[in-house]
Design a protein. Sequence first.
Length: 279
Amino acid sequence: MKLRKVTAASAVVLALALSATACGSNDKKDEGSSGGGGKVKVGIKFDQPGLGLKQPDGSYAGFDVDVATYVAKELGYKPDQIEWVETKSADRENALARGDVKFIVATYSINDERKQKVDFAGPYLLAHQDLLVKADSNISKGTDLNGKKLCSVTGSTSAQNVQKSIAPKANLKENAGYSECIAGLQSGAVDAVTTDDSILAGFASQDKYKGQFKLAGLKLSNENYGIGVKKGDTATVDKINSALEKMVSDGSWDAAVKKNLGPADYKNEPAPKIGNIVK
């Protein structure tokens, strides 16, 4: 009898200890974040100054990074719970389909072909194809490019648009990346660079280029940037749209545009209507 009493008492003590430990574990896991203490993987560009750039110290900066950080916060994740994943343009749809990332914020223009493969939240920025020229350049309209040296990235639709319908006599130079184009503009090897105005503004905002370039202010196309989500994940789309609406209404969206793209005198469009996915 004495042995059974001791064993029963020990069992009660053990049960109480396990109960206390379990409660403490759950409290700690949920502390301060509805993300439950886990991580969220977010796709961005690593090589676009002003938008998505991995810096020498390993940190990340840019408008897309600020938007993604704000959205993640509204989904319940602190900045140190975000795992940034580089998503190159050609691999964005596959990264979502494979589940490599939860969502993508990477100058991801919404179009019909992409909407067949992924769902979009947003749009969160309306950009336009534009030209970047030297600050003292007299290029002010598309036709001024006739006979001029124009730079863009190999396979870019932006350069093709200029050559086909705006300035067919422009001398096109194609490089592997926009950094080479910007360097060529600085040296005088080319007269203009073309792509989305937001991307151009990001490059021009770098300290080493400040004051040297200007945007021509042309609106050669409409590029509605959306946040890519795995096809069928409508719950996440709805949550992200709510986060974007809050970011616009509380002034964080305007602040992020000015901080990241303002130094290049970027004249941004007002924030687009969230949830109005362009047909």
